[in-house]
Design a protein around this ligand. Structure first.
Ligand code: DGT
Ligand code: MG
Length: 377
């Protein structure tokens, strides 16, 4: 089947958690197109189709070279008829009509803008569109009752839709570490999410906090929040108490898909780089435009885990979202186990499998260890 030296057939295992996916994506044009269709499906409430497009995109992200011909994709997993047609159109014509018409459609654009408001999900955005609210101006004017999160989201819309840089994530890490150290000495703060996978930008900054002595972490979130509030760091925060009880909520149980850690979903007020004394000023991003403020709003998630669940929480909060989904699917379908951000339950042995590191969790699951930088599925 070889057509000369340039022709490469690809082969990848079917679950994203069985393969290495670095940030070096050789097929970005194709994966961007499939991701747009995934967004559109999810925005239309069709989660199943959304996942199918995301799995197809993830397969292409794992390939070591650009795809030049659809025949190279023969035998690859997760590439359905629909995804293959889109790929073929792009390879042959340079673009896919379906992707381009979706990109231009009023409904897609409106859903993107409205769900870009922190606190607004697909259902709310869809309802607003049916009520004739399609942009932020209409949202501000016609004012359907907004909850506290949505008010903050609308107020800080531009900042929150500007990518967070690694330097900003590090500056926020410093603030969070200071807060944590002053309310619970000995507690440990770990940067998770996309930045732990090596991404250079993110939509938020995620942290996982624990203490080496089990139990000492209880009630940490309200204390950290008080400290941050007294320092004037918080523009918005919503905290949740820990509500996980092993046995009752264990991953073997139906209610387990929800995370039950102590959490704080917040918006930080971060001084601009020049104000933080890092030297270099920004370019156009904070030029002399009117209304330029000396700070920017950044979404920050704080999660507190008991040390006995730390490895599971770390694995669960590092992402990517598809990688996490695939880990849980692998556990359920291939191993008869239930994985959550709290624990791993073996349904056949009817017992929890302990782990003190991510490596041990991969081993329990019978998977080769994939480091965070290779979980960018
Ligand atoms: P980003 O922030 O867009 O650059 O990309 P990520 O990968 O940091 O995505 P993010 O921040 O939405 O989530 C990071 C990981 O944390 C993701 O794999 C899933 C997990 N995660 C996020 N939010 C929740 C949540 O509310 N509950 C649970 N259980 N996990 C969550
Ligand atoms: Mg994140």
């Amino acid at each position: 089947q070889r057509r000369g030296a340039e022709f490469v057939m690809f082969s990848v295992p079917s679950y994203a958690c069985q393969r290495r996916t670095s940030l070096d994506n050789r097929n970005a044009v194709l994966t961007d197109a499939l991701s747009l269709l995934a967004d559109n499906a999810e925005l239309s409430g069709d989660e199943g189709r959304g996942v199918a497009f995301r799995r197809a995109a993830a397969v292409l992200k794992a390939l070591p070279k650009p795809v030049t011909d659809t025949t190279q994709l023969r035998g690859l997993p997760c590439l359905g008829e629909h995804s293959l047609r889109v790929i073929k159109d792009i390879l042959e014509d340079g673009a896919s009509d379906e992707v381009e018409s979706t990109r231009r459609s009023e409904r897609y654009k409106a859903l993107k803008v409205l769900t870009g408001v922190f606190g607004v999900g697909v259902k709310t955005a869809d309802r607003w569109i049916r009520e004739g609210i399609r942009d932020l101006q209409r949202l501000r004017d016609s004012g359907p009752a907004l909850n506290r999160a949505q008010q903050a989201g609308l107020q800080h819309y531009d900042d929150l839709n500007q990518p967070v840089t690694r330097a900003e994530a590090d500056a926020i890490a410093e603030i969070v570490e200071r807060a944590v150290a002053s309310v619970l000495p000995g507690a440990q703060t770990t940067l998770t999410g996309g930045f732990r996978r090596g991404k250079l930008t993110g939509h938020d900054v995620d942290f996982l906090i624990t203490h080496p002595e089990e139990g000492r972490e209880e009630g940490l979130v309200p204390k950290v929040v008080s400290w941050l509030e007294s320092e004037g760091v918080l523009l918005y925060q919503k905290t949740a108490r820990n509500s996980y009880l092993e046995g009752r909520d264990g991953p073997g149980r139906p209610s387990s898909s929800m995370d039950r850690f102590e959490t704080c979903f917040s918006i930080f007020k971060l001084p601009r780089e020049e104000k933080r004394g890092a030297g270099q000023t920004h370019g156009a991003a904070c030029g002399p435009e009117a209304g330029h403020k000396p700070w920017r709003a950044v979404r920050v998630d704080l999660v507190v885990s008991p040390v006995s669940q730390f490895a599971f929480a770390l694995l669960g909060w590092t992402g990517s979202k598809l990688f996490e989904r695939e880990l849980r699917r692998w556990a359920r379908h291939e191993k008869a186990m239930s994985l959550s951000s709290h624990a791993l339950y073996d349904n056949k042995q009817r017992r929890y499998l302990r782990a003190a590191s991510e490596e041990e969790i991969f081993a329990h699951l019978g998977l080769e260890f994939i480091p965070p930088s290779e979980r960018n599925a």
